[in-house]
Design a protein around this ligand. Structure first.
Ligand code: Q9C
Ligand code: ZN
Length: 581
């Protein structure tokens, strides 16, 4: 499997700039690119990436999305004087031309295509392209919102054509609606487009009716356009995670893309003058981490907006660090409004210990931070897990999460709240009743073995993120009710918590599970899920009951605070539309 992370940056894209006074456009500055790159250098992330050169896109490539009229207008601006440039710019909503704009925009498209080629050829597993001008507002026949050519849309068409792809997911986490991308793929069932955006009941730019949640795609593309409009500013980490858990990820796993492209705007991050949101840079590590579980890890992140230079640069670093496979930083429960606090956890040991041996030896390595994770085999997984839990609490950990899969002979004492057990089993054998810190999730993966993600995103991750564990123990006992795909997904997803500290305990009769677990812990992408089998009504009901029972205690189940009801209903709505259209 491919490994490595591509990074594409060409200083020449900083030459596109605003030459006159325009308070609407003056935030889209060259320093957005240079300061992000310098921060990547400072964190020594550049040297860990595979450098890939940008190139100019050909006219033919630009015409995959744009009209020849649009291309000709763009081309004609190369030789214009300032007055002429200003006049052409005035034909568009929020756009400026510079004599170098056409060249830069061709590099921005070309850089995106180079990234697609690097990932699709297997040269690297994933990567990021730092580009200007951005792309997602750009339409077939128009520049718009600082965008001339739609970099991501062209990349998607190019990937379809050159590599014969049939399903591409575009995640647009920029704070603005990528209406350009929506229009381009509205009728295309091969592209699933997801965008969240500041909307405020159509008050916020671009103030379009079609940015609302009821634009779900047209014709054969119906159900493949998902808008999540934020009707308030101040959305934070938990809102973004809830949107992923409750809206995007369930649909994305069902869609099963062959490639994921991110329209990666960081104006959705804290401090941004456009977005006015509260999400801190580490949230982008989590978002990136989740998307790495799809499409065999084939993930291309392409810069869009982001106008607070510091917030932008930190968020870009978080993204690249995660693409490189570093442990995902722990999300603080409180929203950190102070940018100076961001430096904290950026440089961490990412050593991965994959050793067999006595459980305590492995656990001690994790507790002493000599290793990030480890695997222990045990003749009695539930005994080992209970010992490991007690040992970690004695060591001083405040919150240890234990996901136990299969039969559990002894159930640890969870009364003091320092241990949370989620027990995944076909049918619970003990009489122990559910409580805030002991939850039995009765789940037997279907014969097709691919419906467990609905339990992971619908229940396990929201509870786990609410709990904010310092350590995760995943134990697999006898008679497990999950297949290897379900187990990989569990390990892969939980790497996003507790700074990726995970102890795996595997019953020694199930030793052939080791390679699966080792790969998932090492950060390999979750294997293909194959044909989607929807969870049965009974399973949907199981999750609903658990959510109703625990959403007071574990708030992420409610999709957090004010946006919760909204999200829940829009999710239901989207699914109704997909199911019944
Ligand atoms: N009153 C990107 O983030 N604002 N573009 C116009 C008009 C334009 C944002 C305000 C914002 C464009 C890529
Ligand atoms: Zn934006």
């Amino acid at each position: 499997m491919a490994s490595g992370t591509a990074l594409i940056y060409d200083e020449e894209m900083t030459s596109h700039k605003l030459l006159w006074n325009d308070p609407i456009c003056d935030i889209e500055v060259p320093e957005r690119l240079s300061s992000s790159y310098e921060q990547l250098e400072r964190y020594h992330l550049v040297e860990r990436c595979v450098r890939v050169p940008a190139r100019e896109a050909s006219e033919e490539e630009i015409l995959l999305v744009h009209s020849s009229e649009h291309l000709e207008v763009a081309k004609s601006t190369q030789a214009m004087n300032e007055e002429e440039l200003k006049s052409v710019s005035g034909n568009y909503d929020a756009f400026f031309f510079h004599p170098s704009t056409y060249r830069c925009a061709k590099l921005a498209v070309g850089a995106s295509l180079q990234l697609v080629d690097s990932v699709m050829s297997g040269k690297v597993c994933n990567g990021m392209a730092l580009v200007r001008p951005p792309g997602h507002h750009s339409q077939r026949n128009a520049a718009n919102g600082f965008c001339l050519f739609n970099n991501v849309a062209i990349a998607a068409k190019y990937a379809k054509r050159k590599y014969g792809l049939q399903r591409i997911l575009i995640v647009d986490w920029d704070v603005h609606h990528g209406q350009g991308t929506q229009y381009i793929f509205e009728e295309d069932p091969s592209i699933l487009y997801f965008s969240w955006h500041r909307y405020e009941h159509q008050e916020f730019w671009p103030s379009l009716k079609e940015s609302d949640y009821d634009s779900i795609g047209l014709g054969r593309g119906k159900g493949r356009n998902i808008n999540l409009p934020w009707n308030k500013v101040g959305m934070g980490n938990s809102d973004y995670l809830a949107a992923f858990f409750h809206v995007l990820l369930p649909v994305a796993f069902e869609f099963d893309p062959e490639l994921v492209l991110v329209s990666s705007g960081y104006d959705s991050g804290i401090g941004d003058p456009e977005g006015q949101m509260d999400a801190t840079p580490d949230v982008f590590a989590h978002l990136t981490h989740f998307l790495m579980q799809l499409a065999n890890g084939k993930l291309c992140v392409i810069l869009e907006g982001g106008y607070h230079l510091k917030s932008l640069a930190e968020s870009v670093c978080m993204t690249v660090k995660t693409l490189l496979g570093d442990p995902v930083p722990q999300i603080t429960g409180e929203m950190a409004p102070c940018l100076s606090a961001f430096y904290g956890d950026l440089v961490k040991q990412d050593e991965t210990l994959l050793s067999l041996g006595s459980m305590l030896a492995v656990l001690d390595k994790i507790l002493m931070k000599q290793a990030c994770n480890g695997i222990a085999e045990s003749p009695a997984a539930s005994v080992s897990a209970a010992v490991a839990l007690r040992h970690s609490v004695r060591f001083g950990f405040q919150r240890v999460l234990c996901i136990f899969v299969g039969d559990m002979e002894i159930i640890p004492n969870t009364e003091d709240g320092r241990i949370l057990v989620i027990h995944v089993c076909e049918k619970q054998k003990s009489e122990k009743t559910n409580s805030k810190h002991y939850i039995s999730l009765n789940w037997k993966e279907g014969a097709e073995g691919n419906d467990f993600f609905s339990a992971v995103f619908g229940f396990i991750l929201p509870v786990a993120y609410s709990y904010q564990a310092n350590l995760t123990i995943i134990a697999v006992g006898p008679n497990r009710s999950l297949g290897t795909n379900g187990i990989s997904l569990l390990f892969g997803s939980l790497r996003g918590l507790a700074e990726s500290r995970i102890l795996a305990v595997i019953e020694n009769t199930d030793i052939n599970l080791m390679p699966t677990v080792a790969k998932a812990l090492a950060g390999d992408s979750t294997p293909d899920f194959g044909v989607y089998a929807p969870p049965s009504q009974e399973k949907v009901h199981t999750i609903k009951l658990l959510r109703d029972q625990f959403q007071q205690e574990w708030k992420m189940l409610q999709c957090s605070g004010k946006s919760s009801l909204y999200l829940y209903y829009s999710y239901t709505y989207i699914f109704e539309m997909i199911k019944y259209s």
